[in-house]
Write a new protein. Structure first.
Length: 170
């Protein structure tokens, strides 16, 4: 090959992308004897990388369940789901309305390619503490994330006004 081009999904984890670049660079140097024929243009999305890094940090001490908020056609949001589902029950939701009750969550199943309804009453019911992680895709509007947080607390009996008051105190 005289010329090699490398394009990848910018929602890949930066470490994966850098490893691919390192291998291609080494192959070009092996072939040409010099690094001048290899150029890199960093197109990794900063917001995507920040969300992935934060998720990896969260998964060091996993919550009881994770809500991932965002569009079902979003590559970076889907990747967050893929990362998380190996470690924690993960629900890919469009927004707060998907948390229908203490018993039911409507979410997108990546493996089936469709929206499904799951019963997760064992975590939401009862008086014991439940740790719920919430993350979102890079392009998910903040108001969708906020509404999801409000919905979780609302179902546990904490009013929006109380949360707003606590937030104002911080």
């Amino acid at each position: 090959l005289e010329r090699v081009g490398l394009a990848n999904q910018t929602t890949m984890h930066k470490g994966e992308t850098e490893e691919i670049q390192r291998r291609v660079r080494a192959a070009v140097i092996d072939r040409d004897g010099k690094p001048d024929n290899f150029q890199v243009f960093d197109t990794i999305c900063g917001a995507t990388q920040e969300r992935q890094d934060a998720l990896f940090e969260m998964l060091k001490n996993p919550p009881d369940l994770l809500l991932v908020v965002g569009g079902y056609n979003s590559s970076n949001t889907s990747h967050l789901v893929e990362i998380a589902e190996a470690k924690v029950p993960t629900f890919f939701i469009r927004g707060a309305s998907c948390i229908q009750s203490l018993e039911e969550i409507v979410h997108y199943d990546l493996h089936r390619g469709e929206e499904v309804k799951s019963d997760y009453a064992r975590l939401f019911s009862g008086d014991g503490p439940v740790t719920i992680g919430i993350t979102a895709g890079a392009s998910c509007p903040n108001n969708l994330i906020e509404e999801t947080v409000f919905r979780v607390f609302e179902l546990r009996g904490v009013a929006r006004e109380e949360l707003s008051r606590l937030q104002a105190e911080d």
